[in-house]
Ligand binder design. Structure first.
Ligand SMILES: Cc1cc2nc3c(=O)[nH]c(=O)nc-3n(C[C@H](O)[C@H](O)[C@H](O)COP(=O)(O)OP(=O)(O)OC[C@H]3O[C@@H](n4cnc5c(N)ncnc54)[C@H](O)[C@@H]3O)c2cc1C
Ligand code: FES
Length: 298
C-alpha cells in the first residue's frame, strides 16, 4: 500500500449484485452491513468506497466507505448511520436480499515508507476507513494508533485498553475499540458526551496530548491520516501543521454518479500550478491536507 497501486479510473470499478450476509443494528441508528461482493473485496484498498443502491425505488445510489474486507471469503463490510431517505431504506434491507454495489471507488490512502508511527484520526461516520487502514498497516508490520471521536455510542464494545499509548494512559482515556484491540492496534476514544473511559473533548485534542508526549525523533516518524466531518479535518490539518507532520484527509462530499462523470462532487484543490477543481469521487476522496487547506500552511 506504499503507493497508489490501483489508479481509480472507471476500468477498475465493478458493478455487482451483492447478497447481504449480515446486517446488525447498534445504538444511535448505526448499522454494520456485510455484503458478499467478491470483485469489490478483491480490489478494495483503505480509503476506497462503494456506491450502493439502497432500494430499487431510489434511483440515486449512496456512497459508503469500506470498513473491512475479506478477499478470500469475498465479503465487504460497511458501517453507516441512518440519517435520511437513502440510508433509512438501506437499514430496512434484510439478510439474503441483493443490493447492487458499484466499487471500489477512489484513490486510497498512500503510506510513506519511513513513517512508522501512523496516527489515524476518525470522527463519526469517518471512522470506517480508519479501521480498514489500521488493519492493513498492522498486516504490513506497522503499529498505528487510532483515535476516534464520536458523539454517539461507539458500535463496538469499549474496554480498558491493554495497549499502552504515550500521554494517553490515564483512567479517563483508557478505553479502546475491541475490534482494533483484537488486531493488536492501540486505540483511544474521545467524545463531548461524558462517556466512561473516553477523553472529554475533541479527538484532535487527544491527538495533541499524544504528540506532545513524543520525542523529536518519534515525531519524525508520525504521519496523520484522517476521515470525518469538515471541521474535524480542518483541525487535523492544523494539528499536522503545528507539529510539522504530513497529513492525508478523506473528503465526504455529496455525490451523484461517483464515477467522475457529473462533476457534482468537485472541490477546490491547490495544485503545483495553482487552484484547480477536482472530483472527490475519482480524484479523491483522499487528498493531501495542504492541498485542501492551503491557508493553514501559508
Ligand atoms: C466517499 C464517502 C464515504 C462515506 N462513507 C460513509 C460511511 O462509511 N458511513 C456513513 O454512515 N456515511 C458515509 N458517507 C455519508 C453518506 O453517504 C450519507 O450519509 C448518505 O449519502 C446520506 O443519504 P441519505 O439519503 O440517507 O440522507 P439525506 O436525506 O441525503 O441526508 C441526511 C442528512 O445527511 C446530510 N448528508 C447527506 N450526505 C452527506 C454528505 N456526503 N456529507 C455530509 N452530509 C451529508 C444531509 O445534509 C442531511 O442532514 C459517505 C459519503 C461519502 C461521499
Ligand atoms: S459524483 Fe459525479 S463526478 Fe463525482
Amino acid at each position: 500500500m506504499s503507493s497508489h497501486k490501483h489508479p481509480a479510473h472507471r476500468g477498475s470499478i465493478f458493478v455487482e449484485d451483492a447478497t447481504i450476509i449480515s446486517h446488525q443494528r447498534f445504538d444511535a441508528d448505526q448499522y454494520i452491513l456485510r455484503l458478499s461482493s467478491a470483485r469489490c473485496a478483491k480490489r478494495a484498498e483503505p480509503g476506497s468506497f462503494s456506491h450502493l443502491q439502497c432500494s430499487k425505488d431510489l434511483p440515486m445510489r449512496r456512497p459508503l466507505s469500506i470498513m473491512r474486507v475479506d478477499k478470500q471469503a469475498g465479503w465487504v463490510e460497511y458501517l453507516y448511520r441512518d440519517v435520511g431517505l437513502g440510508t433509512h431504506a438501506l437499514a430496512q434491507r434484510q439478510i439474503g436480499e441483493v443490493i447492487s454495489v458499484m466499487g471500489p471507488i477512489g484513490k486510497p490512502f498512500a503510506t510513506t515508507a519511513n513513517k512508522s508511527r501512523p496516527l489515524l484520526i476518525g470522527g463519526g461516520v469517518g471512522i470506517p476507513p480508519m479501521i480498514f487502514l489500521a488493519e492493513r498497516l498492522k498486516q504490513e508490520g506497522i503499529a498505528p494508533l487510532v483515535l476516534m471521536g464520536s458523539e454517539v455510542p461507539y458500535p463496538f464494545q469499549t474496554q480498558s485498553s491493554s495497549l499502552a499509548v504515550p500521554g494517553l494512559d490515564s483512567d479517563d482515556t483508557n478505553y479502546g475499540i475491541t475490534l482494533l484491540e483484537d488486531m493488536g492496534v492501540a486505540s483511544r476514544l474521545a467524545s463531548l458526551q461524558n462517556y466512561e473511559g473516553c477523553f472529554q473533548g475533541y479527538v484532535t485534542d487527544l491527538g495533541r496530548a499524544y504528540l506532545q508526549a513524543l520525542s523529536t525523533e518519534e515525531l519524525a516518524e508520525v504521519e496523520i491520516f484522517s476521515c470525518g466531518p469538515h471541521p474535524m479535518l480542518e483541525a487535523c490539518a492544523k494539528l499536522a501543521q503545528e507539529f510539522s507532520l504530513d497529513c492525508q484527509i478523506s473528503l465526504e462530499e455529496y455525490m451523484a454518479c461517483a464515477v467522475g462523470g457529473c462533476a457534482g462532487c468537485v472541490v477546490e484543490i491547490q495544485t503545483d500550478s495553482g487552484p484547480a477543481m477536482q472530483r472527490v469521487c475519482v480524484d479523491g476522496p483522499i487528498f493531501d491536507a495542504k492541498q485542501v487547506y492551503p491557508a493553514i500552511y501559508a
